[in-house]
Design a protein around this ligand. Structure first.
Ligand code: C5P
Length: 226
């Protein structure tokens, strides 16, 4: 039986990884957005009203509710509902790295990610922070994508304003949020974001979306040729 193909894309927030959705469409692969899982768990914590910094309570809550998270037709489902933009708010962005750094939480989320599309042996493109290093170290294609922090902040700021015209945050706030997340994601002891030596490096600072897409397809076609 043919091995399923896995493309792993890691990098910090607003680096341009959202292009993975289009790459997946073009290749006919399923897309695993692992950040969406951590964001959904953060939403669960916020709704529960427990203290998000109480590590033990958070881990217990997530363990008890992990069954509420599943995938259906490539779509992330939480409590029977498709997960959409409610996980992309500044409030969740500011908190998610605190939840994602808890080792007990990561331990629970690893099998969930590995199970994505496994039963149907789907070819997948998975994006996040530890995909190439921890979740799918066997991935045939690994990409590390980044961009200058000021450009990433500007992109995220524009996204917030586009989604919510009443958004009152400042560019400085967004820059600080991303900086705090970068720091936590790259320095945590449990599966930090690292640039693997075997990963293809893409710096999207001066690239348009189309250029990032072209570059990714080029890398994938080159390395995924069967
Ligand atoms: O990719 P996104 O920016 O939506 O991820 C939100 C957060 O989820 C990251 O800042 C990080 O703290 C966490 N995350 C992670 N490991 C992954 C994906 C996301 O720790 N594989």
């Amino acid at each position: 039986m043919k091995e399923r193909d896995v493309i792993a894309v890691d990098g910090p927030g607003a680096a341009g990884k959202s292009v993975c959705a289009e790459v997946a469409k073009r290749l006919g692969y399923a897309l695993l957005d692992s950040g969406a899982i951590y964001r959904t768990l953060t939403l669960l914590v916020l709704r529960s009203q427990i203290d998000p910094h109480d590590v033990e309570s958070v881990a217990r809550l997530i363990k008890c509710n992990l069954g509420c998270i599943s995938f259906w037709n490539n779509q992330l489902i939480f409590s029977g509902q498709p997960v959409r933009d409610e996980i992309r708010t500044p409030q969740i962005s500011a908190l998610v790295h605190h939840i994602a750094k808890i080792p007990a939480v990561r331990k629970l989320v690893v099998p969930l990610q590995r199970s994505f599309g496994a039963e149907d042996r789907l070819d997948i493109i998975a994006e996040g922070r530890d995909i190439g290093s921890v979740i799918f170290p066997e991935a045939r294609v690994k990409i590390f994508m980044t961009a200058d922090p000021s450009i990433r902040a500007l992109r995220r700021f524009d996204q917030y304003r586009e989604k919510d015209p009443a958004y009152a945050g400042t560019l400085d706030q967004v820059r600080n949020e991303l900086r705090a997340r970068d720091m936590e994601d790259t320095t945590r002891p449990e599966s930090p974001l690292i640039r693997l030596p075997e990963a293809v490096f893409i710096d999207s600072t001066f690239m348009t979306k189309q250029e990032v897409l072209d570059k990714m397809l080029q890398v994938c076609y080159m390395r995924v040729a069967v």
